[in-house]
Design a protein around this ligand. Sequence first.
Ligand code: 5RP
Length: 331
Amino acid sequence: MDWGLKNRLSSIIKPHNNRALMLAVDHGYFLGPTEKLENPKKVIAPLLKHCDSLMLTRGVQRTSVPAETDTPMVLRVSGGSSIIGDDLSQEDITVSIQDAIRLNASALAMSIFVGSKYEYQTVVNLGKLVSEAEQYGIPVLAVTAVGKELGKDARYLSLACRMAAEQGAHIVKTYYCENFEKVVESCPVPIIVAGGKKIPERDALQLTYNAVKAGAVGVDMGRNIWQSDHPVAMIRATRAIIHQNANVDQAFKLYKKLAAEDSNRKQKSKGKKPNQNKSKGKKPNQNKSKGKKPNQNKSKGKKPNQNKSKGKKPNQNKSNKPQNKPQPKNN
Ligand code: 5RP
């Protein structure tokens, strides 16, 4: 293995314990403004120092991560289909190697959809990406995506992980399942586990513990961290399992302690500004324009609920967020 590739890999999987804590914030590439990741900059800021690496798209990296960070970036370079489109598996490589280098990527990430209509395209793309990335000493992380129609058992995941490794992927990201040891045993490169959809914090910590115990190097977790009410507490508890060999009870105890501190802090900062009004002496609900009756409308003659933009139906949403769309297939 070339020095550069080894060096980049060792910034993602820590060589002293062969463990990795990756924070995934790439969901928007097919889900748009995912719940609680609507503003990636705000989500990433407090978590950045607690993860070993950050998995994201180039758009989020450029707009939402300070370039001064020393956290390694795992850059997603595949995409092309959305949650509301015909087929999520129709992905291609969307980022050039030159741009990945400009972004100082420590690894490139892409999904393969084994068993789907676009299996061939995504697996061939993985092989090509590995060939290209290796020329520059950049490792590739292959994500074995799962969908409704694809399995999530040890048999399917072993097939998908092994195929990714055979194409030359340096790390494989997959889902935890029963008999996960079998998936790990038959994959010759390190396996990192995705968190999946949000579950109670203790269960997510249990998943992390089980995955590591079964041989995974760690987790590449997203929703179970930033969809928690206490993301920093959650990432620190997850970290305790991965890097301090904490068991689930110890990690959950840490989560609860940090979560309580977080709640107290939020409560205190709320308490400091109880409806604090800038202009002193004003009574609550005091209206700027004297003499106006409540609900008095500026533009005379307008009927209540009359909408500025003609033709708009009530509750029509400005942003076309697919919030009520079907559940993401790859959970
Ligand atoms: C989607 C991805 C996500 O990064 C992955 O699903 C990890 O996030 P989560 O823990 O929320 O599942 O690669 O294809």
